[in-house]
Design a binder for this molecule. Sequence first.
Ligand code: NAD
Length: 443
Amino acid sequence: MKVTLFGTGYVGLVTGACLAEMGNHVVCVDIDQAKVERLERGEIPIFEPGLEPIVRRNHANGQLEFTTEAAPAIGHAQIIFIAVGTPPDEDGSADLQYVLGVARSIGQHLDRYAVIVNKSTVPVGTADRVRKAVAEELAARGANIEFDVVSNPEFLKEGDAVEDCLRPDRIVIGTSSERAVDLLRKLYAPFNRNHDRTVVMDVRSAELTKYAANAMLATKISFMNEIANIAERVGADVELVRQGIGSDPRIGYHFIYPGAGYGGSCFPKDVQALERTARAVGYEARLLGAVEAVNHDQKAKLFEFIQRYFHGDLHGRTIALWGLAFKPNTDDMREASSRRLMEALWSAGAKVRAFDPEAREETQRLYGHRDDMVLCDNAYQALEGADVLAIVTEWKAFRSPDFARIRAMLKAPAIFDGRNLYEPEAVEEAGLAYYGIGRGRSL
Ligand code: NAD
């Protein structure tokens, strides 16, 4: 089938590549000229396991094209995806300028029936606004062309995006148009061979499904962080509590890890946006507000521990940091807990020596060159001249370190483990102080 995708970020590029891999002819449009030029040269602007060979192969055989030109790309397709960013507005609601910009552009160039599929995470009611924007542009040029607008939210996880896209848990299709459902069923048939994963519903329910999924996951994390904060004060170990509750199949072990707060481009903005949506229709979403507030405080935890460890004075201290990305297997730094920590440390007069297997370039892009930040080539280099070590991202490479070597390199030997990677006793046996999240060793 002929498909066009607007936006070549984590969602657009992965979706485009996977659809091309299934034999579709895909054109990806982005307004970022530099990004399109890199993609044309076979360079992948983001780190996502397994993505590079799929993009290269399908670009080389002509199944996957990149362009900045909207008009021919719109003319190309039966199905047009919108997968552009929806960053938070000043008040926390989703900023729809990019989505509606694409909608207007589609209205300006559409020359025959197409299904317009919204993959961006957007508030309930956006499909109506997209429909209106397209219709206005069509009317402005006197064109009488039919089209459908569908909500098809994306559930891929950064770090597993290719796998999630090729083997989705569910494919939500929100529309009342049978014609659109038929076309999308055809497009997604190769992803449904094992069993049908399609859930068809009305467009508003589909839009809300995406927010509900992310809000539920964020709630699980904040809930566990709340339990961790209680555990810390009552001398309990949240890791044992986690196993104790996870064994109940109604609760399960997934996604109940306490830590230094959630980040990324989705949970923080989606929880906020859903809260704003609720408020706009006269409902105060108290639980969502609490989820957000707990997470905000949780991101300050490691800094508070480190500050107390040094009796409130961090001037001239050097903190080694393992992990910068908001989670492992990505280079994405949006809303990463590492950023709050680094910025707090800098404000308090400390220096940071950091290592991340993938997010170095992105960190450099965000913060430039500064005297109080050294980005290192490997984990142990980050410890050179450092006082203590803080861990913010649970990369596999950090799971079994040489504690004796860490002990020997640190000047004030302590590990602040923001992801509960280690057993406190193992660290303490090596002569290091250990502070995790909710492990009964508060400062
Ligand atoms: P991103 O910021 O990585 O990429 C967005 C891309 O859209 C950028 O390359 C930007 O240049 C491009 N763009 C903006 N306006 C454009 C236009 N008019 N025409 C063409 N391209 C344009 O964003 P992302 O992480 O891929 O997220 C996209 C959407 O999907 C968001 O709504 C997000 O909430 C949602 N989502 C993201 C994830 C994730 O894990 N990243 C998962 C599910 C859903």
